[in-house]
Design a protein around this ligand. Structure first.
Ligand SMILES: *Cc1c(COP(=O)(O)O)cnc(C)c1O
Ligand SMILES: [Zn+2]
Length: 447
């Protein structure tokens, strides 16, 4: 059976467009596009046969199927030939039981899906492998691409730069000056991309790159391009697969541009349509209070976001005031009985510190999701026995400044209640012993 997919208008206008066409908006209504798969062809294989196929491929070495994305190739970008695929073994990330952290909230079944344990340290690799592979396929078919470009809050640019470099394609990234971490800035520099640091915020970078793409100067790699979403939807499939094809009660996701919220839904929807699962988990979209347009809209009962000027947040990857994928995210929230929560700067800092003290090493965005979980537990929406998956979107190792400044107590306006600064001591046995005694006493007192 041959599988196929094409771009369609998200709002249902007539017309379909090949995935190899450089098209980012519906030509009829200017709205977002969606990738539509030939469901009839996919239905010719039973749910049990799909599960077996995916399990047989999972994390094996037969290239490219060991990738968590390309192991699900028929559901993602079925027409990309082997020689166009640019993969660095994305996905297959660990999903662990956060037992001790969960217990601190009175919850028994909290899990963390560590999407940041990936090639460039964030979930963005899942979508970028698909986008760059499709671009390479399109070039084989005659598309002329001067460069692939994106606006970024740090992780998209790191990922695009790496996958572009692996494919030998030129990459341009537009970053808001001073608003990405050092690690995130160094990544595209090291990969050889043209790095443009603009004196604006993410939304300002986005509006410039959209103009460049509309004029045909560059190929657009932002998640407005639904190819990214096709790869990112494997997170949903992989979570269910890792639970032996069972569905958790809740998924909590830190969100900015809101593409990943829709990707998660797209993955669940496809599994439901093809009979692999029979219900959706509930979805919680978690936002920083400083960049909360979806929180404002959803809690006000609106089905459209009012763009805002995002305020500075330590959760810099979600500092977005005008989320491009909001129309997609409303669909996800509606279908998945969703809720939206928010986290203040103080809340996210403390959640990160408390989680780290149970063995995690959370990025600030994951901390936003943890705050949301704590609020849902307090409200009784998440119950003791509910299985909850917190999607950790990036590696904590990319956010060293955040950790250092918290523990140094140098974050302005943050109390750093759980700071654990190092002790400077002389190289003296007695002083070391004294420090150990004092530490044991303070642990005992805290108990
Ligand atoms: C991109 C990103 C997000 C937000 O994803 P959206 O699809 O823009 O909502 C969250 N966390 C991290 C670490 C990211 O890089
Ligand atoms: Zn349309």
């Amino acid at each position: 059976m041959t599988h196929s997919a094409s771009f369609r208008c998200l709002s249902g206008c007539e017309g379909s467009y090949p995935l190899t066409q450089a098209i980012y908006r519906c030509p009829k209504c200017e709205g977002l596009l969606d990738v539509e798969h030939d469901t009839e062809a996919l239905s010719s294989r039973s749910a049990a046969a799909w599960m077996k196929l995916f399990d047989d491929r999972y994390k094996r070495t037969l290239w490219p199927y060991g990738s968590g994305v390309w192991g699900k190739r028929e559901w993602i970008a079925p027409e990309v030939p082997d020689d166009a695929i640019v993969s660095m073994d994305e996905g297959g990330t660990n999903l662990f039981w956060a037992e001790r952290y969960g217990k601190t909230l009175g919850l028994d079944d909290v899990w963390v899906k560590l999407c940041g344990n990936s090639h460039t340290g964030s979930f963005k690799d899942l979508g970028m492998t698909v986008l760059v592979s499709v671009v390479r396929h399109a070039i084989q078919k005659g598309l002329e691409v001067r460069a692939i470009a994106c606006a970024s809050t740090g992780d998209t640019s790191a990922s695009l730069a790496a996958y572009g470099a692996a494919a030998g394609l030129p990459v341009v990234v537009l970053l808001p000056k001073g608003k990405v971490s050092t690690a995130q800035l160094v990544q595209p520099i090291a990969s050889g991309a043209l790095v443009l640091s603009l004196d604006t915020d993410f939304d300002g970078c986005m509006s410039i790159v959209q103009k460049l793409a509309a004029s045909g100067t560059v190929y657009l790699a932002n998640s407005m391009n639904s190819l990214r979403i096709e790869g990112q939807k494997t997170v949903a499939i992989e979570i269910v697969q890792q639970f032996d094809w069972t569905v958790p009660e809740w998924i909590i996701l830190p969100s900015g541009n809101l593409g990943n919220a829709y990707a998660l839904y797209a993955g669940f929807k496809m599994m439901k349509n093809l009979g692999l699962i029979s219900r959706y988990p509930r979805l919680c979209v978690a936002q920083a209070a400083h960049a909360n347009p979806m929180y404002q809209a959803w809690s006000g009962g609106h089905r459209e976001v009012t763009p805002q000027k995002a305020r500075e947040t330590l959760a810099s990857a979600i500092q977005i005031g005008n989320p491009v994928s909001a129309p997609r995210a409303f669909k996800a929230l509606e279908a998945m009985d969703g809720v939206v929560e928010q986290a203040t700067e103080e809340e996210l800092c403390d959640a990160a510190a408390r989680a780290d003290k149970t063995g995690m090493y959370t990025c600030p965005h994951t901390a936003v999701a943890l705050v949301a979980l704590e609020k849902l537990a307090k409200k009784g929406l998440v119950q003791k026995r509910d299985r909850v998956v917190v999607v950790s979107t990036a590696s904590g190792l990319k956010f060293t400044e955040f950790k250092v400044r918290y523990h140094d107590k140098t974050l302005p306006g943050i109390a750093s209640t759980h700071a654990n600064p190092p002790l400077d001591l002389a190289a003296d046995y007695d002083q070391v012993l004294k420090a150990l005694d004092a530490h044991a006493k303070s642990l005992a007192a805290a108990r």
